[in-house]
Design a protein around this ligand. Structure first.
Ligand code: PMP
Length: 306
């Protein structure tokens, strides 16, 4: 991760200097985790720089806001434009994009409605999340002792700051145990997702991924991989997945804006398949990157060029 502190950050509609993009210590979000956000990527290829699935990310930001009664004071079109402007202003060709909407400095009580909403967009250069090597060789992961939130506790489909307290417990435990990432089970004990990634399992040429009922974030990379797999004629099943399917799998991979398509080579020190990236994972990963790299036509309309 490379932050350029001489850059600009979009703050409630204005470009401000990186170091001046500050909030008060008594802002509601600092105390109660009241924020919703997005993680988006901009890729560069021979046709120029393009943001991946910008509209879908902005749509999800607004959905997250709706759940928490946050009436974002910009339109979706304005937010899309603001993302593109922020990248151009910072003269970046390839970057990670972080829009965040949060409850600011107003009154400090659990009731969030007395604090003003603030909207920020920051961009920075970022390579692969779990490491370049991970994309090829895969990562070692463990099933976490922490579960994903039950559906009547915190809404998993909102990409809310507070949800990442749960993710942080999972990530820290995984690293302590010598794993790169942790897999959470849902409140029923079924496979849910990683701390910041969705999960796919390949068994006997069928691709499985947990369904919406397994307490997960509906990932935009997840959706892209499902579409690519269907286009390739592969069978994709969204359903509840028991834990033991992880150990029985021929292949496992994670998807996410940060993780892209990352193979999993072991779970709880049990080797998955041949212990390296499997053939279906490789095929899907390749066709995913070919679109981003402009090597094949963007038939899905996933790229918004700057
Ligand atoms: N699950 C969680 C908990 C995440 O944080 C992310 C990253 N946003 C994902 C799944 C993957 O979602 P996407 O593909 O939209 O980045």
């Amino acid at each position: 991760m490379a932050w350029d502190e001489s850059g600009k950050i979009w703050f409630n509609g204005e470009m401000v200097n990186w170091k001046e993009a500050k909030i008060h210590a008594l802002s509601h979000v600092v105390h109660y985790g009241s924020s919703v956000f997005e993680g988006i990527r901009c890729y560069t290829n021979k046709n120029g720089s393009a943001v991946f699935r910008l509209e879908e990310h902005v749509e999800r930001l607004f959905d997250s806001g709706r759940i928490y009664r946050m009436d974002i004071p910009f339109t979706k079109e304005e937010m899309c434009e603001a993302v593109l402007d922020t990248i151009k202003t910072n003269k970046l060709k390839e970057c990670y994009i972080r829009p965040v909407v949060f409850r600011g400095y107003g009154e400090l009580g659990v009731n969030p409605l007395k604090s003003p909403l603030e909207v920020v967009i920051a961009v920075w250069e970022w390579g692969s999340y779990l490491g370049q090597e991970a994309l090829e060789l895969g990562v070692d992961v463990g099933v976490s002792t922490w579960r994903r939130m039950a559906p009547d506790t915190l809404p998993n489909m909102a990409k809310a700051g507070a949800n990442y307290m749960n993710s942080q417990l999972v990530k820290m435990e995984a690293l302590e145990n010598g794993y790169e990432e942790g897999i959470m089970l849902d409140y029923q004990g079924m496979v849910s997702e990683g701390s910041g990634e969705n999960i796919f399992i390949v068994k006997d040429d069928v691709i499985y991924t947990p369904s919406m009922s397994s307490s997960l974030l509906k990932g935009i990379t997840r959706d892209s991989i499902i579409q690519l797999a269907i286009k390739m004629g592969l069978e994709v099943r969204e359903e509840q997945i028991p834990r033991e399917m992880l150990y029985m799998a021929n292949e496992i991979f994670f998807t996410g804006t940060a993780a892209e398509v990352t193979p999993v080579r072991s779970v709880d020190r049990i080797t998955i398949g041949s212990g390296k990236r499997g053939p279906i994972t490789e095929k899907l990963q390749k066709s995913f990157f070919e679109i981003l790299e402009g090597k094949v036509k963007d038939d899905f309309g996933w790229l918004t060029y700057l």
